[in-house]
Design a protein around this ligand. Structure first.
Ligand code: ATP
Ligand code: MG
Length: 379
């Protein structure tokens, strides 16, 4: 009998700076993790029940695409991404294009990509690994064991609401104005994503808003509470954003999953990432209603270390794990990668950004090779 094969097509967008270095490493890790899936390994390795095969398509994006084609997101890149099962992005931008006009900035390509993929849910885990607890900006006993996920609404709220613009008030002064708008549909769908995630984590969801002041938040709280009835196994709580910002540094361990709007999520997810203190370690996922998700490290293109084989590839490798878990539903392969990262850290390997004395300092490529070893023979 032939072995059934699960085929996934992945669009790789290496981008700029350290992007190509970290993507090349993550691609190899994905390949290996996929090839090991489907085997029954006990009592002894036998026939594979199924195979996972990836086909990778690498496309230009960001500054690299600007230089090549004159636009930051070429049509072929967007349509390849839209047709794929998932998209893995490195990083985009760099000094070279910083003075470009807005529509010719690499960052504009990223906004266009998010729009084109209709991703409305941004997932950012902040986990303090025991091996890296000293990187945290918080005291050890506060940081230890932090494992939370911020689910941010990405396509609505004050960043997109109308009316917006500049004008003049009755005193003749210049004004600038923006509008926070959320519809029932927008709140319900992000709430469902968050409840689903909380259900698979520790079953606790904290919805963050400013419902004591803002009408958009009052509707937010009402809808999240209504959706909660679909998830009796998840414990829902509410918190005002000012308090949440405080609690995140006071006692972050109280949080499991946080769901919040676009602007609050923007701020809180950056705050949460600083708890871990390791920008080179942090992955993210952006999901839509259907269609491919977008997976990328939260760090930028790090032009200061680009091309020097110094980048930490773990954020991108962990983004690839999120791709498997949230993008393809391959949780087992995702766990294999996450465990391999922990194993590699346990064996003492560190890139410069997370190095401390007594560890083994390695570059991007070597770190990738060590992770491959850990994927291959987990301890
Ligand atoms: P953005 O492109 O989002 O504006 P930024 O320019 O503010 O980002 P990054 O490009 O993320 O920031 O770089 C910030 C600092 O962190 C730099 O010193 C960079 O070298 C370092 N850094 C970022 N990512 C990594 C990584 N994967 N490995 C090692 N160092 C990194
Ligand atoms: Mg930058």
């Amino acid at each position: 009998a032939t072995t059934p094969t699960k085929r996934y097509s992945i669009t790789l967008l290496p981008g700029d700076g350290i992007g190509p270095e970290v993507i090349s490493v993550a691609k190899n890790v994905l390949k290996l993790a996929g090839s090991l899936e489907g085997f029954l390994s006990f009592p002894f390795p036998v026939f594979p029940l199924f195979r996972i095969e990836f086909s990778f398509q690498e496309m230009p994006m960001g500054g690299a695409a600007l230089d090549l084609t004159g636009v930051p997101l070429p049509e072929e890149t967007l349509s390849a991404a839209q047709r794929a099962d998932a998209v893995l992005l490195g990083a985009i931008g760099g000094y070279k294009w910083d003075k470009n006009e807005k529509h010719l900035k690499p960052e504009t390509g990223l906004l266009q990509l998010r729009e084109g993929l209709k991703v409305f849910a941004n997932l950012r885990p902040a986990t303090v690994l025991p091996q890296l607890v000293d990187s945290s900006t918080l005291k050890k006993d506060v940081a230890e064991g932090v494992d939370l996920m911020v689910v941010r609404e990405l396509t609505g709220g004050i960043y997109f609401g109308k009316p917006r613009g500049f004008g003049t008030n009755e005193k003749g002064e210049d004004i600038g104005f923006n509008t926070e708008v959320y519809s029932t549909h927008e709140i319900d769908r992000i709430a469902r994503v968050a409840f689903e995630i909380a259900r698979k984590r520790r079953g606790q969801l904290c919805s963050v808003d400013k419902a004591n002041v803002l009408e958009a938040s009052m509707l937010w709280r009402k809808r999240v509470t209504a959706i909660a009835s679909e998830y009796p196994d998840v414990e829902l709580s509410h918190m005002y954003v000012d308090n949440a910002a405080m609690q995140l540094v006071r006692y972050p361990k109280q949080f499991d999953t946080i769901v919040t709007n676009n602007i609050f999520g923007d701020i809180l997810s950056d705050e949460a990432s600083m708890i871990t203190g390791s920008i080179g370690m942090l992955p993210s996922a952006s999901l839509g209603e259907s269609g491919p998700g977008l997976f990328e490290p939260i760090h930028g293109s790090a032009p200061d270390i680009a091309g020097q084989d110094k980048a930490n590839p773990l954020a991108t490798i962990l983004s690839a794990a999120m791709l498997l878990k949230y993008g393809l539903g391959e949780a087992n392969a995702a766990n294999r990668i996450e465990n391999a990262v922990l194993d590699t850290l346990n064996r003492g390997f560190r890139t410069g950004d997370i190095y401390s004395t007594g560890n083994k300092l390695v570059g991007c490529k070597e770190m990738g090779e060590e992770v491959l070893k850990s994927v291959d023979s987990p301890v």
